[in-house]
Design a protein around this ligand. Structure first.
Ligand SMILES: *[C@@H]1O[C@H](CO)[C@@H](O)[C@H](O)[C@H]1NC(C)=O
Length: 259
């Protein structure tokens, strides 16, 4: 729900709480962070989700969970993928005021592709630990932010820039997505499985019209992604009856308070 309302509710009932609650409902900000799946989503989350009024997109194509976990320092290594056009792979460079209600974290894919989609248990554990480090940092920097991870959808075809048998399999991303899910669960973050959201499954590639290349979504793909019911729920995109009733009651009480 609302960070502001949570922070001030100990002050008790009254106008402050209500006004604060309204201010909150009116400005739900979301942080989008991680790799190209995050970066290419631009502001699309905001367009597909009524509750979100602002998206801060800190995604950088090509970046790994390991880099984000290491809070990559661009002053000592400016040639890194992390440091293109004065960006950074460090959550410590993000401004967390006035706060984010939600954060979507998309990382792990590039770590996996660098190993040609073939990771033994130890390497998968290492990716999981990197993701966990990022979630730990995020929770440290912004305790009230609800963190959401999705992993990646089944591609629309073989990952041709990594021409390996493993990267050519329809189920190539399954072990990676499982590692992302374990990391999310370890930190109480929300994991939404979107692997089949583009029409693919364990035996069929995803629908081509949602992709700009074998793995990256186009605008229609992001609209499709955000329409996943469990994601709509996670970001509270739809005003539920209960929430709508709560807002209505707040309006009425505010009316009385003003009188
Ligand atoms: C996978 O998707 C194809 C095409 O949409 C469909 O025909 C098939 O039944 C699906 N398989 C499973 C296991 O859901």
């Amino acid at each position: 729900m609302c960070v502001c309302a949570r922070a001030y509710s100990p002050l008790g009932p009254g106008v402050v709480f209500l006004l604060c609650g309204f201010a909150c409902v009116a400005s739900e900000r979301a942080l989008v962070v991680g790799d190209s799946w995050a970066s290419y989503s631009l502001q699309s989350l905001q367009e597909s989700c009524d509750s979100i009024t602002e998206v801060e997109n800190r995604g950088i194509a090509g970046t790994t969970a390991a880099q984000w976990a290491a809070r990559h320092n661009c002053e000592t290594d400016s040639s890194s993928q992390c440091c293109q056009s004065s960006k950074s792979c460090s959550l410590f460079d993000v401004t967390f005021e006035p706060g984010f209600t939600y954060a979507w974290v998309s990382i792990g894919g590039n770590d996996f592709f660098e190993m040609a989609c073939s990771m033994d248990v130890n390497r998968l554990t290492s990716v999981q630990q990197s993701i966990e480090q990022v979630l730990a940092d995020l929770q440290f920097l912004s305790a009230n932010t609800k963190i959401i991870l999705t992993g990646y959808a089944v591609p629309k075809g073989p990952l041709t820039w990594h021409p390996s048998p493993a990267c050519s399999s329809i189920t190539a991303l399954e072990p990676l997505n499982a590692a992302v899910k374990r990391a999310a669960q370890a930190w109480g973050a929300t994991f939404v499985d979107v692997s089949e959201s583009m029409g693919g499954n364990t035996t069929h590639w995803s629908q081509t019209d949602f992709f700009r290349d074998s793995i990256h979504l186009n605008a229609a793909g992001y609209t499709q992604l955000w329409s996943t019911p469990a994601l709509q729920e996670a970001f509270q995109c739809v005003l539920s009856n209960a929430r709508a009733a709560g807002i209505l009651i707040s309006f009425l009480m505010l009316g009385f308070a003003v009188l």
